[in-house]
Design a protein around this ligand. Structure first.
Ligand SMILES: CC(=O)N[C@H]1[C@@H](OP(=O)(O)OP(=O)(O)OC[C@H]2O[C@@H](n3ccc(=O)[nH]c3=O)[C@H](O)[C@@H]2O)O[C@H](CO)[C@@H](O)[C@@H]1O[C@H](C)C(=O)N[C@@H](C)C(=O)N[C@H](CCC(=O)O)C(=O)O
Ligand SMILES: Nc1ncnc2c1ncn2[C@@H]1O[C@H](COP(=O)(O)OP(=O)(O)OP(=O)(O)O)[C@@H](O)[C@H]1O
Length: 544
């Protein structure tokens, strides 16, 4: 998949003097026309303005010469950046403004003509559930015949064109260009994930969401945000008139409840908890009888839609929607309900929303079932365990994923997990604890170790798992160096523990690479699971 760097066909060449006036800056040197803007020297298109921003590693002014070499015709920077340009002998026309990161959005909006968006824009934020909710909405809107755009962790999509996402939420320069291209291609609605990093770094400035959604908040990203409150306030900034028109807030956790009281735009609240006040209540219907529609051994590879139908109602006292979560787990009912309320808020009526959400979404790496294909893998293998690949990488998400799989487990529930290196260290033990409390067997292994020693990360996860023993957590813990070996171990153990065993491989979901010491090695949990299943099937063929 190509990296997203599309530019709209119609450009709004603008003199830098006009941009300086727009952002309250001054021009040094000649007034020139610019037709695009980028903040990465590697992405310059001739005629661009290069936004040289102060960074954690370096000041972007250090890359101005490279940007000009690539065809940029002017620079936007702050006074520190100007000093660096002078020191480096760079004499290009320059717009000087303090806090340049915060003006990149409005500049991009002017150059790409995105101030009046002719499409409906949804923004989803929260610690967990952004990708899933965005896919549910995208799939519902597509089912209604709309042309959709999607911007998120897994991919960026404009209609049928798929682009690789570098981040959950792109830089403002890329975002405005994407929205302009979507307008040109007749996209009706775009659903995008909005990360807390993006909100803090002004990546979505200059964009106003028709509907903003908040799913939940739990510990994550404390390597970036000093405290949970800072993390919360970053998320809350989406619910202000500069950034959205209205909000849908899940008030299942206390952060959602606080957000509903401080939001600067009208919000509709939703809860799945009986004792919490909200505009809309989600009520789960009785689970289908055991052995009902779910079939752990059916053959299709991938896709999560073969799980229990999990019907539920969503009611505000006068209107009741009857909905079905195509994905397992209580939390996916919440995601489906959030999607439903966002669609209602965008003007669709209740029967249309019900119908649209009946489509079967495929959400890559989110509770995605992986099994062998009978056509290519030598027929049915009914004794193999059900294996689910999921992106749970917070303690809350690990607990929720395991809770969702427990009802489908009549043997042992085995989990494979690790924790990412160079990221929030505080969540490692909590993830281990959640794993030991939720599963019968815990296989601790490597996630993306990045620059850290993988054994040190595993030990932190294991320490949390061991601590849970006093609270009834399992003591069946394994430390396995290497994720492929860990998946093998888990599949083998689950198979040995007998029919009805389930394996959850969590943490990397849709990812197709593993970052070890700065090198991305090809690695896809789903492929590794299929390989491990095949090995067990082959090794035990006589008994299958
Ligand atoms: C922590 C963080 O978010 N850092 C972002 C920040 O980097 P920085 O301040 O360290 O930048 P820097 O490396 O010092 O470089 C300074 C400037 O020089 C520019 N530069 C740098 C090198 C070069 O060759 N040419 C060049 O022009 C850079 O584009 C930058 O503008 O500003 C850069 C652009 O200005 C971002 O690319 C960068 O995102 C990094 C790559 C990143 O990984 N961010 C992650 C953590 C992130 O944003 N994640 C969230 C999802 C979180 C989640 O929910 O899981 C996301 O939205 O993806
Ligand atoms: N509403 C929810 N509440 C709690 N956990 C959830 C919820 N939705 C999904 N999860 C869990 O969190 C994991 C990540 O889900 P998803 O990718 O949808 O979230 P996300 O917010 O996009 O995360 P990220 O930004 O890290 O990609 C899932 O694999 C699942 O285990």
């Amino acid at each position: 998949m190509p990296v997203p760097s599309p530019r709209p066909a119609s450009l709004h060449a603008t003199p830098i003097s006009a941009l300086a006036t727009l952002v309250g800056g001054t021009v040094r040197g000649e007034d020139v026309l610019v037709s695009g803007v980028t903040l990465a020297s590697q992405d310059v298109v001739p005629g661009d303005l290069y936004a040289a921003l102060p960074g954690a590693n370096a000041h972007g002014a250090r890359y101005a010469a490279a940007a000009l070499e690539a065809g940029a015709v002017a620079v936007l920077t702050d006074s520190d950046g100007l000093d660096l340009l002078v020191a480096d002998g760079v004499t290009a026309p320059t717009v000087v403004v303090e806090g340049p990161r915060s003006v990149v959005g409005p500049v991009a909006r002017t150059l790409y003509g995105t101030s009046e968006l002719g499409l409906r824009l949804f923004g989803v934020t929260g610690t967990n559930g952004k990708t899933t909710t965005a896919y549910l909405m995208d799939s519902a809107l597509t089912a209604l015949g709309q042309t959709t755009g999607l911007i998120g962790t897994v991919e960026t999509r404009i209609g049928d064109e798929r682009l690789r996402s570098l981040r959950t939420t792109p830089e403002a320069t890329v975002l405005h260009a994407l929205l302009a291209v979507m307008q040109e291609r007749g996209v009706d609605s775009c659903v995008m994930e909005v990360s807390s990093h993006a909100l803090t770094q002004h990546r979505v400035d200059g964009v106003v969401y028709d509907v903003a959604l908040f799913t939940n908040l739990s510990q994550d990203h404390l390597d970036f945000h000093p405290t949970m409150r800072d993390y919360f306030l970053a998320k809350a900034s989406l619910f202000t008139p500069q950034r959205s028109r209205r909000g849908i807030v899940c008030v299942d956790d206390e952060w959602g409840r606080e957000l509903a009281t401080i939001a600067g735009v009208p919000v509709t609240t939703m809860t799945s908890l009986a004792d919490v006040e909200a505009d809309w209540h989600l009520v789960a219907e009785a689970a289908p009888p055991a052995g009902g529609s779910d079939d752990a051994s059916d053959g299709a590879s991938g896709g999560a839609s073969n799980h229990d139908p999990a019907d539920f109602t969503l009611s505000d006292g006068s209107t009741t929607l009857r909905l079905r979560s195509a994905l397992p787990g209580d939390f996916n009912r919440v995601n489906t309900a959030m999607a439903a309320l966002a669609l209602l808020a965008s003007g669709l009526d209740a029967p249309t929303v019900e119908r649209a959400l009946r489509s079967d979404p495929h959400v890559p790496g989110r509770m995605e079932k992986v099994s062998l294909d009978p056509a290519t893998d030598g027929g049915e293998h009914p004794s193999l365990p059900l294996v689910v690949v999921d992106y749970a990488h917070t303690a809350d998400a690990v607990a929720a994923a395991l809770k969702a799989l427990r009802p489908q487990t009549t043997g042992a529930l085995v989990v494979v997990l690790g924790a990412g290196g160079d990221r929030d260290r505080g969540k490692r033990a909590a993830m281990g604890r959640a794993a030991a409390l939720g599963a019968d067997v815990v296989v601790v292994t490597d996630d993306n170790p990045r620059s850290e020693d993988p054994s040190v990360i595993r030990e932190a996860v294991l320490a949390g798992a061991r601590d849970a023993a006093g609270e009834g957590g399992t003591t069946d813990l394994h430390d396995v160096d290497g994720r492929a070996a860990a998946i093998d171990t888990a599949v083998r153990v689950a198979h040995e523990r007998g029919p009805g065993s389930v394996v959850a491989v969590v943490g990397k979901g849709h990812e197709t690479g593993q970052d070890v010491a700065g090198t991305i090695h090809p690695f896809d949990d789903r492929e590794e699971v299929a390989r491990a299943l095949r090995a067990v099937a082959t090794g035990t063929r006589g008994s299958l």
